[in-house]
Design a protein around this ligand. Structure first.
Ligand code: MLT
Length: 409
């Protein structure tokens, strides 16, 4: 008889966005004519940059010829993409990252979920509350969290509340933790950590021999000059941090899948016998064992965004979404709703009116305004009373959604 991994039984029945899709489908089934505007899952709506499409066409043609056909590529990614990443995202910002510290993958969600495999199962995990569910759920699956309590929290996890009251900046834990997930710009709150706050976290990690798992999937959305784009802008971070980056929101790759993870060689962890080992070697071992590389065609598409034309195209694409973010922020303010984010991120985090519960507000919006958003509580107990809207839609739909908010009773 094969036993199951019982840790899975500790998880809520379905993944947040699957639950939302299910509820919306049920509503649509009963109200076929409802003109629903989707501001729920953070999925892009604009097509891929032209440079990426052209690069893919060329790569497809290469695959058709014996002389240029490619089979397995390097598991860590092709040099042409790694070099473009190093140059644009790091060297130009004064950060030196070696080529063998970058691991190209099929997206940041996979990497954020898989990274915990190279940590001991006895490591204590700290997550912000609210949090992108992948960080927490994958640690539940691995057995690192204990059971879910009646308060909606796992007994063995350190939660770092992030609410309007603390300006969405997590306070350093009083107990020792080993793995700290930070997402900046933040999903779901759309807020950022200041350079000083991030420096405090790096100092904490250095002092406590902890590792920061820094998700910078939304870095391209930062508009304010002083917000760090990479954790490696903070002195000493290379010894304590892993960074995740994504092409999904940066360049519209949600359906095309490409991301990368930086694991500096200076970052080490301890074995039970006290010896220290670089996480880079562990991640390389995992990557080469479980992954055969991102498709050549996709890597060509990703590399194309680092050309001058590609950079211009993605800047325009992001500006388009950020105009939606502005419309939503100002529209919510105009009807007296308190909202955060939307300046350095494509997410707007609003306080529900009259202290409504998040899922109640979800139902109200869906039923009365035909707008889909994401209930804050889906991201953690501190998300109760909040609600997330995304900027990923057309200007027209965003304007219509804002007008519907104004009509809401
Ligand atoms: C979200 O809506 O939070 C995003 O779709 C998350 C993701 O990129 O997986």
């Amino acid at each position: 008889m094969a036993n199951i991994n019982e840790n899975y039984l500790k998880l809520p029945g379905s993944y947040l966005f699957a639950e939302i899709a299910h509820r919306v489908a049920a509503y649509k089934e009963a109200h076929a004519d409802a003109d629903i505007i989707r501001l729920g899952i953070g999925d892009v709506t604009l097509p891929l940059p032209r440079v990426s499409i052209d690069a893919m066409h060329r790569a497809v043609d290469e695959m058709a010829e014996p002389a240029t056909f490619r089979g397995y590529g390097p598991e860590q990614g092709y040099d042409f993409l790694i070099e473009a990443i190093r140059e644009t995202n790091y060297r130009r910002r004064g950060i030196s990252i070696d080529a063998d510290e970058i691991f190209v993958s099929d997206g940041s969600k996979s990497d954020c979920g898989n990274i915990q495999e190279i940590f001991g199962t006895d490591c204590r995990v700290a997550v912000t509350d609210p949090v992108y569910p992948v960080y927490l759920d994958t640690n539940v699956m691995a057995g690192r969290t204990g059971a879910l309590g009646a308060d909606g929290r796992f007994a063995g996890v350190t939660y770092l509340p992030c609410t309007a009251e603390n300006n969405f900046t997590p306070t350093l834990p009083t107990e020792r933790v080993d793995m700290i997930y930070l997402c900046c710009p933040n999903n779901p709150t759309g807020t950022t950590l200041s350079r000083a706050a991030l420096a405090d976290w790096v100092a904490y990690a250095r002092k406590n021999d902890a590792v920061i798992l820094f998700d910078a999937a939304y870095a391209a959305y930062i508009t304010e000059e002083d917000v760090p784009r990479s954790i490696y802008e903070i002195d000493g971070a290379k010894e304590v941090a892993i960074e995740f980056r994504s092409f999904s929101k940066t360049a519209g790759f949600t359906g095309t899948r490409c991301g990368y993870t930086v694991v500096p060689k200076a970052l080490t962890g301890r074995a039970a016998d006290g010896t220290r080992h670089p996480f880079n070697a562990l991640w390389n071992r995992r990557h080469t064992t479980k992954f055969n590389g991102t498709a050549y065609i996709i890597q060509r598409a990703a590399a194309a965004i680092y050309t001058e034309e590609g950079q211009r195209e993605i800047r325009d694409m992001i500006a388009y979404y950020m105009e939606n973010a502005r419309m939503i922020r100002e529209g919510l303010a105009a009807v007296g709703l308190e909202a955060y984010g939307g300046i350095n991120a494509p997410y707007i985090w609003l306080r529900t009116p009259d202290g409504m519960r998040s899922w109640d507000f979800f139902d109200k919006l869906l039923h009365e305004a035909h707008i889909v958003g994401t209930p804050g509580t889906g991201f953690g107990p501190c998300g109760e009373g909040y609600f997330r809207l995304t900027a990923f839609n057309s200007h027209e739909n965003t304007a219509r959604a804002v007008a519907r908010f104004a009509q809401l009773k």
